[in-house]
Design a protein around this ligand. Structure first.
Ligand SMILES: Nc1ncnc2c1ncn2[C@@H]1O[C@H](COP(=O)(O)OP(=O)(O)OP(=O)(O)O)[C@@H](O)[C@H]1O
Ligand SMILES: O=P(O)(O)OC[C@H]1O[C@H](OP(=O)(O)OP(=O)(O)O)[C@H](O)[C@@H]1O
Length: 217
């Protein structure tokens, strides 16, 4: 049986923060995605390769079995829905939070109190819809693909739902965080069929990832 494993990662923080976990499993990626144009990267283990995809595409590659496993943020997994994915481990990497933010001069609390209909721009429509529905706040959601912080500044929306880490992007754009929706970190996701068919090969890697991620506080 073919026990070759394909791991889906996105460039940037997820790739960088997954490297130490891979090393804990004895796997070293032998090319750097920041300098290579290759989308399939070899490792020191001839049976393990890494594919480089957009962060929000990781669950799709794993769901369809084009990758056996991958690393994706909780934000991305909620939007995807998680179909066909087994999510065994919180890797405790790429930590941030999902928040509601508004322009510094906008009185969010009173808009909510008055039952105003709010325009909210976000890449995370599923999370935003659930959050405002649970609060009983009526919203018109405007789907964006990036630079959410711009929307309230140019009158596209009253509020945004976005990821916040240090808060410096909000600050630089004169926005304030008014609600914390949830904490975010990245999860290991495994294709359900691969988990059964390639268990022998996957299990030691999953265990090494779990041990290494538990060491992170
Ligand atoms: N500022 C941040 N600090 C820590 N973790 C973050 C931060 N921003 C995003 N993340 C987490 O890292 C993941 C990957 O983020 P990244 O910026 O690499 O991709 P993206 O640009 O959001 O995705 P896409 O390429 O699909 O547009 C996010 O899904 C989120 O879970
Ligand atoms: O609170 P902060 O630390 O400013 O981080 C928040 C920013 O990080 C994310 O964007 P992106 O992935 O573009 O972030 P980065 O390129 O700045 O790491 C997110 O969409 C925010 O814009």
């Amino acid at each position: 049986m073919n026990q070759q494993l394909t791991l889906a990662l996105s460039k940037g923080r997820i790739f960088e923060e997954t490297l130490p976990l891979l090393e804990a499993a004895g796997i070293m990626v032998t090319e750097n995605p920041e300098t290579s144009r290759k989308l399939i990267l070899p490792t020191n283990d001839k049976d393990v390769r890494v594919i480089i995809v957009r962060a929000s595409d990781v669950p799709t590659y794993v769901q369809y079995g084009a990758a056996d496993f991958g690393v994706a943020g909780k934000d991305v997994l909620i939007e995807h829905g998680g179909e066909g994915l087994y999510q065994p481990i919180d890797l405790r990497i790429a930590k941030c939070r999902m928040s509601v933010a508004v322009s510094a001069g906008f009185d969010y609390a009173s808009a909510v109190r008055q039952g105003a209909r709010l325009r909210v721009a976000t890449k995370y429509v599923q999370t935003a819809r659930e959050h405002f529905a649970a609060k009983g706040v009526h919203v018109d959601l405007i789907k964006l693909y990036g630079s959410m912080e711009l929307a309230p500044l140019v009158g596209l929306s009253d509020a945004i739902v976005d990821l916040v880490s240090t808060g410096s992007t909000l600050k630089a754009n004169n926005l304030v965080e008014v609600e914390h929706i949830m904490d975010i970190s990245s999860r290991l996701v495994v294709n359900r069929a691969a988990l059964k068919l390639k268990r022998e090969r996957l299990q030691p890697i999953l265990e090494a990832f779990e041990r290494a991620s538990k060491r992170k506080e």
